[in-house]
Write a protein that binds this ligand. Structure first.
Ligand SMILES: Cc1ncc(C[n+]2csc(CCOP(=O)(O)OP(=O)(O)O)c2C)c(N)n1
Ligand SMILES: [Mg+2]
Length: 362
């Protein structure tokens, strides 16, 4: 029997509720495991965690279809997981291992999986927005110019509040509106850009209002409530898929940790942190599922236990995996992988053990 509960016009079944819950628990627990592994020296470079923002990734990505596209930022592990990239592949990538989703070559900020439609994490802010816009253009071109009726892929670009002061955001809003592209611009407004408060950095803090300036609907949603995010996502995705063009969605959310694991997080006021901690999106969904008899405590506990096992397995897998060969270093850097890296003896320069001498972390 399907158990349903009405949520502001949308119904949510038990199955749907549990999918959302499991995905958010996966995202949160994965990131907690990352922090542990980072402090044990298992991963290098900057690592930006997504704790607190899960309702945004889950609320949107769980409403997408397999062939749809997602572009992320440097805070990208959880978007990749929500889109179906296995935890093993993401963890292994973080460990820099050959079995990682980018064969250990991308690291934390560059999750990419063609198979899953994950078109990248990007270290430069705003870089994913034009890539997602390009993917949306591709869908439209295939459908309307090449007359391929089967194509109906939608693209979702996730990015932060700080990124909305960047030119690429406005350029892409313009193109997406002009060509009525099947794209959703999802702003994860966590109120901070590293140590810069959103209020101090932007002319009008209401980011959603920037959509209507381009003729695009702008929506503001509580990004700590996965059911509200999902409701907005369903509508925006349907709009994009039926050819009615883009939507700009501002999700008000909060990160529960510092900007990256290297950030001592001393700038944000304790009262502000406590305010959002009390609105933890996972606890909120748990409460909703229990109150509406869509799940009981044991079911939710068993989801956590299953996720814990998935993560133990992901760490063991990453640990046991081999490092990439040195010859991989210049692959995907130059069109001809030997290109710049070829030595006088015809071998890759990077195969010479002294090639990276004095270079940190290689
Ligand atoms: C083009 C560019 N300029 C500056 C930076 C340095 N930088 C890294 S993160 C960041 C803040 C971004 O904040 P926001 O978009 O709100 O994302 P959040 O980290 O809050 O998720 C900046 C300015 C960068 N990565 N790329
Ligand atoms: Mg931010």
């Amino acid at each position: 029997m399907l158990m349903k509960s009405v949520f502001r016009g949308q119904t949510i079944t038990k199955e749907e509720g549990l999918v959302l819950y499991e995905d958010m628990v996966l995202g949160r627990s994965f990131e907690d495991m990352c922090a542990q592994m980072y402090y044990r020296g298992k991963m290098f470079g900057f690592v930006h965690l997504y704790n607190g923002q899960e309702a945004v990734s889950t609320g949107f990505i769980k409403c997408l279809k397999e062939g749809d596209f997602v572009c992320s930022t440097y805070r990208d592990h959880v978007h990749a997981l929500s889109k179906g990239v296995p935890a093993r592949s993401v963890m292994s990538e973080l460990f820099g291992k050959a079995t990682g989703v980018c064969r250990g070559q991308g690291g934390s900020m560059h999750m990419f999986s063609k198979e899953h439609g994950v078109l990248g994490g990007f270290a430069f802010i705003g870089e994913g927005i034009p890539v997602a816009t390009g993917a949306a253009f591709k869908s439209k071109y295939e459908k309307e110019v090449l007359k391929n009726d089967k194509v109906d892929a939608v693209s979702v670009a996730f990015f932060g509040d700080g990124t909305c002061n960047n030119g690429q955001f406005f350029e892409c809003l313009n193109m997406a509106a002009l060509w009525k592209l099947p794209i959703i611009f999802v702003v994860e407004n966590n109120l901070w850009a590293i140590g810069m408060s959103h209020i101090r950095a932007t002319s009008d803090p209401n980011i959603w209002k920037k959509g209507p300036a381009f003729g695009i609907p702008g929506v503001h949603v509580d990004g700590m409530d996965v059911l509200k995010v999902r409701e907005v996502a369903i509508e925006a995705i349907a709009r994009a898929r039926r050819g009615d063009g883009p939507t700009l969605v501002e999700c008000e959310t909060y990160r529960f940790r510092g900007h990256s694991l290297a950030d001592p997080d001393e700038l944000r006021k304790p009262a502000e942190k406590a305010h959002y901690a009390a609105r933890d999106p996972i606890l909120a969904l748990k409460k909703y599922l229990l109150q509406h008899n869509l799940a009981d405590e044991n079911e939710l506990k068993s989801i956590q236990t299953r996720i814990d096992e998935v993560l133990e397995d992901a760490v063991d897998f990453a640990e046991a995996s081999p490092l990439p060969p040195r010859s991989q270093l210049l692959e995907n850097v130059f069109a001809d992988p030997k290109g710049f890296g070829i030595g006088p003896d015809g071998r890759y320069r990077c195969e010479d053990p002294s090639f990276t001498a004095g270079t940190a972390q290689v």
